[in-house]
Ligand binder design. Structure first.
Ligand code: 1HA
Length: 276
């Protein structure tokens, strides 16, 4: 792809392919791409720009690298060096767990988000790849949780949704033992969709993106909401039903309701039957 920079940030790279794909990369390779509140704020900003751009259908979320020693990472979770009393401290001294907002934004984004995992996906970084719609890993990728070891846990999507993907037994193993898993094990347990050579990771992501972009945006948007609805309770139903309202607005039946109100007359729905 012919990437051009979309917007310049301090902690992330943000590019546009010009043909429907955005690329967001956490860019703190010396810290294994651990995120601080600023990193997350920048990702929220970039994802919101993506959300409002009707040309973008797929986002590739990845980690920049390698570091000076040649090590690649997707993300190693919250930056433990700025962990304070009750969160991760931003430049103003406020404690935040704002990655939870990012998880929800990725999950409800009406586009497909593909995690490209070039190395470590640990802690909150593993949860980020989990909440993406699809995930492709390089052969050297390493997955795992550390919470119970470092004094943290993600008992939201990080555990409940993980159990939906890999099953209750495996999810409990991942969280209770804090082991590391290679990409082959991740594929076997359903944590990723595919494995590639690291040199081909981005190209493979672009191939998957282009295949998706050939298909109907509305069908994919509603399917994503439907997959979410099964797990996300009333918030999931809201997301899915919002799209039915959107489609209903485009019908003559709904327009009759609107027009009748504006014309201060009773609505006449007699043209519309109670279809079987
Ligand atoms: O659980 C949550 C949350 C829950 C609810 C709501 C919000 C949440 C937000 C976040 C999180 C979490 O993410 S908790 C889990 C936090 N992450 C970790 O415990 C992973 C810590 N890192 C590691 O275990 C390892 O670094 C590694 C397995 C990813 C890589 O190991 P490796 O190749 O041996 O590298 P290492 O030497 O350990 O790291 C390289 C450099 O990166 C080190 O710095 P240096 O000594 O060169 O100065 C290391 O300190 C730094 N680094 C790595 N990960 C982090 C980090 N610095 C800060 N925070 C990190 N997460």
């Amino acid at each position: 792809s012919n990437w051009t920079e979309w917007k310049s940030y301090e902690d992330i790279l943000f590019h546009n392919s010009g043909d429907g794909i955005a690329r967001i990369a956490i860019n703190r390779p010396e810290k294994r791409n651990a995120f601080r509140p600023k990193t997350v704020c920048e990702m929220l900003d970039a994802f919101n720009l993506v959300r409002n751009d009707e040309k973008i259908g797929v986002v590739l979320l990845t980690g920049a690298g390698p570091d000076k020693k040649g090590v690649f990472s997707f993300c190693s979770g919250g930056d433990q060096s700025i962990r304070g009393q009750n969160g991760y401290e931003d430049d103003e001294g406020t404690q935040r767990l704002n990655v939870l907002e990012l998880q929800r934004l990725i999950r409800t984004l009406p586009k497909v988000v593909i995690a490209l995992v070039p190395g470590f996906a640990i802690g909150g970084g593993q949860v980020l790849q989990l909440v993406c719609d699809l995930s492709i890993a390089s052969e050297n990728a390493i997955f795992g949780q550390t919470g119970p070891r470092v004094g943290s846990f993600d008992a939201g999507f990080g555990s409940s949704y993980l159990a939906r993907l890999v099953g209750q037994r495996k999810a409990r193993e991942i969280w209770f033992l804090c082991r590391k898993y290679n990409s082959k094990e991740a594929l076997e347990m359903g944590l990723v969709n595919a494995i590639t050579k690291i040199e081909e990771l981005e190209a493979e992501g672009v191939i998957w993106a282009r295949e998706i972009l050939r298909n109907s945006p509305t069908a994919i948007r509603i399917l994503k909401a439907s997959f979410n609805a099964e797990c996300d309770g009333i918030a999931g139903i809201q997301e899915l039903s919002g799209y039915t309202t959107q489609l209903f607005y485009s019908t003559d039946e709904a327009k009759e309701g609107r027009d009748a109100f504006l014309e201060k007359r009773p609505p006449d729905f007699s043209d519309y039957g109670w279809t079987p």
